[in-house]
Design a protein around this ligand. Structure first.
Ligand SMILES: [Zn+2]
Length: 579
């Protein structure tokens, strides 16, 4: 399907030839401005009297470290670091606080977070039932001009008591004169009212778009619910909404960076760059740093759905610098398990639904071969076990074609349901998982009771098994699908407790140590995005990205790890957040 986004208005500075953009136009950027102004460049700063965990091979523990400008100088004892730094050094007393490398969030949807940031949140963290969520939506329906869309996000019927999906029956009751658009928390589904179906020209005679579905009533009339590739053009057709977003994209992106730094995150991987505003998204990322206000590095994975646009731009893997870099190629292959659109070997519980392939397996195989031959590290979204089978088939086929696939460090995004045979294949091919670990905490009960049954739910997010197999696994939030907080991810990997059933644990055999969970959000995540030589651990000559915590996650109750306070965040040798 053609993505219509290239017709969108771009700001003046982007009116450069695509070729010029792709070579050097915006690379090279200014340093980020510090929250505190007293940190002088080129001066050594020593942090001492702390618990300094550089996350090196031995997970060693130290008292102090020193930075110079934007780099780590040394890590060691109070005495050694203070004496080596000399009397000129600025000295900061950590007062027993814990220091870790800046957290890396290996998979979010940057543009979507920025785009939907001010939509009404009607999700399960705010409303326990569909009825209460709809009541909140009804309240805003009377506000605003009659032709303005009513937009909401985070709706999740797998966690909110009520019907399995929203249809025109519910949404026409919100408004039958204004368009209503509700985004499912997974981002894989949306629900619209009859007014919006009419505007979009979708009727009983409209066939499903390729790789997408309009859900229908028994008589064949679209019921308003639809999958990603079906709702995407509807969203993009709202010029007013898109223009407002494009004009404010840099500012709202900086706000995403603010949120990240307040959570100790110093690097974000954007997992579908170009899907909303085409190549302007990368220009925006650069612009965020040029303002001096951006507080989190960005690693961009280009969205395969707009492959033609990227090919025409001439963008190459690795382009950019340590602040913003083009780091890989992203393909979305199936849906989400909580939306029952992840593609399974066996049907979902009490149904004959196997889920969906957004891209047919043979096509996926060709994408994997072609992109890997061009040297692109691949991030391949696979939630269901059948999707993961096909991804591994594709990587294996690329290997047979002579591609050194291990070198590419191909990732399976979410990699939610994983069998032993698949872990073996991953180890052989050098394919690594990035888990959406909040699947366990927020959706674990639903996965066990409603979606898969207790046996298959044991295969969800198998952190300990992949650790044992030697895979460098990571954890992500998939924000806005789940909240970005990294300490919470560590807590879930260690405790595997359930939001909706306090006291219960899902698949306790997959619990990991605090140290392993910390690696997953620091050095492993850096390795996955080919940035381990510059970030992910506190070692000499690496970039001075670190987080200072009020407490040591190794020495609190697992379920309290997420309550530890982020005291300060430093990125590029500058303090960018303090509580
Ligand atoms: Zn995602």
């Amino acid at each position: 399907m053609k993505n219509p986004n290239f017709t969108l208005t771009r700001r003046q500075f982007c009116q450069v030839s695509v070729g010029a953009f792709a070579s050097t136009f915006f690379w090279g950027c200014q340093d980020i401005k510090s929250v505190s102004s007293d940190n002088e460049a080129n001066k050594i700063t020593v942090f001492h009297n702390g618990i300094v965990l550089p996350v090196d091979d031995n997970f060693s523990e130290h008292q102090a470290f020193a930075i110079k400008d934007n780099k780590i100088l040394a890590v060691g004892s109070n005495q050694r670091i203070l004496s080596q730094a000399g009397s000129d050094a600025k000295v900061i007393d950590l007062k027993g606080r814990t220091v870790l490398p800046g957290f890396i969030e290996p998979h979010i949807h940057f543009a979507l977070m920025a785009f939907t940031g001010n939509w009404l949140d009607i999700g399960p963290l705010k409303y326990g039932t569909t009825a209460s969520a709809l009541a909140a939506l009804k309240k805003i329906a009377s506000e605003g001009p009659h032709d303005e869309w009513i937009v909401a996000r985070q709706f999740d019927p797998s966690l909110q008591a009520g019907p399995e999906m929203l249809t025109t029956s519910e949404l026409d009751a919100i408004s039958n004169t204004r368009p209503v658009f509700v985004l499912n928390a997974s981002g894989h589904l949306a629900y619209v009212n009859s007014k919006l179906l009419k505007i979009a020209g979708i009727s009983r005679d409209t066939p499903d778009p390729p790789g997408a579905e309009y859900f229908r009533f028994a008589d064949g009339t679209p019921n308003g619910a639809m999958t990603q590739k079906a709702y995407f053009p509807i969203l993009l057709s709202n010029e007013k909404l898109m223009n407002t977003f494009n004009e404010g994209a840099v500012e709202s992106g900086i706000q995403v960076g603010d949120e990240a730094s307040s959570l100790g995150i110093t690097t974000i991987c954007d997992m579908a760059t170009g899907g909303g505003s085409g190549y302007e998204e990368i220009n925006n990322y650069r612009q965020m740093f040029i303002t001096g206000k951006m507080k989190s590095r960005i690693r961009a994975y280009l969205y395969s759905e707009v492959a033609d646009m990227w090919d025409k731009s001439g963008v190459k893997y690795g382009e950019g610098d340590e602040k913003v870099r083009v780091s890989g190629w992203k393909v979305v292959f199936d849906g989400s398990n909580q939306g029952r659109t992840g593609r399974q070997r066996e049907p979902y519980l009490n149904s004959n639904n196997l889920g969906v392939f957004y891209v047919q397996p043979e096509e996926l195989k060709q994408i994997i071969i072609q992109r890997s031959q061009k040297g692109w590290p691949l991030a391949l979204h696979g939630n269901g076990d059948a999707a993961i089978d096909s991804i591994l088939d594709g990587v294996e086929a690329a290997s047979k074609e002579g591609v050194d696939v291990k070198k590419l460090r191909c990732r399976i995004e979410h990699c939610s349901i994983l069998h032993d045979d698949q872990i073996e294949r991953m180890a052989k091919l050098g394919v690594v998982p990035s888990f959406l670990i909040n699947h366990v905490y927020y959706w674990g009960k639903a996965m066990r009771d409603d979606i898969f049954g207790p046996e298959k739910a044991q295969l969800l997010d198998r952190c300990a098994s992949v650790e044992k197999a030697g895979l460098k696994w990571s954890m992500h939030s998939d924000a806005p699908v789940s909240p970005m907080g990294t300490l919470h991810k560590i807590r879930v990997a260690v405790a595997r407790d359930l939001w909706r059933e306090p006291g219960s644990i899902l698949a306790p055999q997959e619990k990991v140590s605090v140290e392993a969970a910390i690696r997953a959000v620091t050095i492993n995540a850096a390795w996955q995005c080919h940035s381990e030589n510059e970030i992910g651990s506190l070692e000499t000559d690496k970039l001075a990205d670190f987080v200072i915590l009020d407490n040591d996650p190794r020495h609190v109750e697992p379920s309290s790890i997420s309550d530890i306070k982020i005291s300060e965040t430093w990125m590029d040798g500058r303090q960018v957040f303090r509580s």
